[in-house]
Ligand binder design. Structure first.
Ligand code: GTP
Ligand code: MG
Length: 373
């Protein structure tokens, strides 16, 4: 068994396997991979090479992971934070309508009149005075991509099911995603204002999937509602808060911010605009941030109404300006004390990526040559 970190160089791998680097290189060559002495190898390549030399591989933490890893917080520094909720469900079952209703009816009056901008993430204040952060229908793909990258950003999933329809393939997918991610679900049985709505049918279908709702003696919370009339929406939000209470969500606001990228784009006037969810710590104007291979000082921050913010604490979605490029959804964003530190990590990520794409290119070339012969 070989314990190794991902992205070690061919040279270092040779040392670990106790073979010469030339043996590694020629082995790779025979497998159709061209590697150079200092080239970093990804997990797949390492596994293949090690196998050639009779080793099984176990991947341990890389320096990169160590850098990204959170320092344990002192329990005394932790304070309650708002839940982060993702709304999922089948096409047209009413995800956007539900969020629209929640946003327009729950946003405090003093914020009204601001220019609403789509930032993919929102936070609202419930009538009972609690904050909830919502992720706007990131779509299953984005949710999966984030999960694949190890980003755990959702605390509670709302699964929207239209009461005039059935449990559909994407409903099942959404349920599956939430279950695999270990995120508690609340079923929102929507469109009960419709004459042909049949909420009981939905509950039965859930029961048939082994998902028994509380009302029927099971453990899953559910709420009948109408995203159109708003009936039941307040009750749904209270159930979200109840679920959150059980989870005892806490974060330390008094440290450098750590968050997750929700989306990023290039705005002609403003430069790169990145929507993030701050998960712990507090992000401030002027902070040196790094996400993926892009870094920079936070120039400005806005909430989902376009209102300028000076700081953003845990469970706060913000749009920020100042990164040198557009990171990917699911990338972790962190604050560093020095620009040098951020630049070094950005550069090393850049290098890894360049080496990988270079190798992929060579792969294709070799393949093409093979086909021509
Ligand atoms: P996708 O984003 O396409 O997956 O759909 P969605 O789940 O976001 O559904 P959306 O909110 O766009 O709603 C689909 C349609 O259902 C729209 O025409 C809504 O007006 C309608 N709708 C949503 N909720 C309700 C409801 O509670 N009652 C009624 N009568 N119509 C609703
Ligand atoms: Mg929608």
């Amino acid at each position: 068994l070989l314990k190794v970190t991902e992205f070690i160089s061919a040279n270092d791998l040779a040392a670990l396997l106790d073979v010469s680097v030339n043996q590694i290189i020629s082995t790779c060559m025979s497998l159709g991979m061209f590697v150079s002495i200092n080239q970093r190898l990804d997990a797949e390549a390492i596994t293949i090479i090690a196998d050639e030399f009779g080793y099984d591989v176990e991947f341990t933490k890389s320096i990169e992971d160590e850098i990204v890893e959170e320092v344990e917080d002192d329990p005394e520094d932790l304070i309650e934070r708002a839940p982060i909720v993702t709304i999922m469900g089948h096409v047209d079952h009413g995800k956007t309508s539900l969020l629209d209703y929640i946003r327009t009816s729950k946003v405090t009056a003093d914020e009204a009149g601001g220019i609403t901008q789509h930032i993919g993430a929102y936070d609202v204040m419930t009538k009972t005075g609690h904050k909830i952060a919502f992720l706007d229908t990131p779509g299953h793909e984005a949710f999966t991509a984030m999960r694949a990258r190890g980003a755990k950003i959702t605390d509670v999933a709302i699964i929207v099911i239209a009461a005039d329809d059935s449990i559909m393939p994407q409903t099942k997918e959404a349920i599956n995603h939430a279950q695999v991610a270990g995120v508690p679900m609340i079923f929102a049985i929507n469109k009960i204002d419709k004459p042909n709505a049949n909420p009981n049918k939905i509950k039965e279908e859930l029961a048939n999937m082994n998902l028994l709702i509380e009302e029927w003696g099971g453990k899953y919370q559910s709420q009948e509602l109408s995203a159109k009339t708003g009936e039941g929406v307040d009750d749904l939000l209270e159930k979200v808060l109840l679920e959150a209470e059980v989870l005892e969500l806490k974060a330390n606001p008094d440290k450098n911010a750590v968050g997750t990228v929700i989306e990023a784009s290039l705005d002609k006037g403003r430069g790169y605009v990145t929507t993030i969810m701050v998960q712990s710590g507090t992000l401030k104007i002027g902070d040196i941030t790094l996400a993926g291979k892009h870094y920079g000082r936070v120039k400005a921050m806005f909430d989902h109404k376009g209102k300028k913010l000076k700081t953003a604490g845990p469970s706060t979605p913000v749009q920020l300006l100042g990164l040198s490029g557009a990171p990917q959804a699911g990338d972790i964003i962190k604050v560093y004390d020095t620009e040098r530190e951020a630049r070094e990590i950005a550069n090393s990520r850049e290098q890894i990526q360049r080496e990988q794409s270079l190798r992929t290119k060579k792969h294709i070339t070799l393949d093409e040559i093979g086909r021509r012969l």
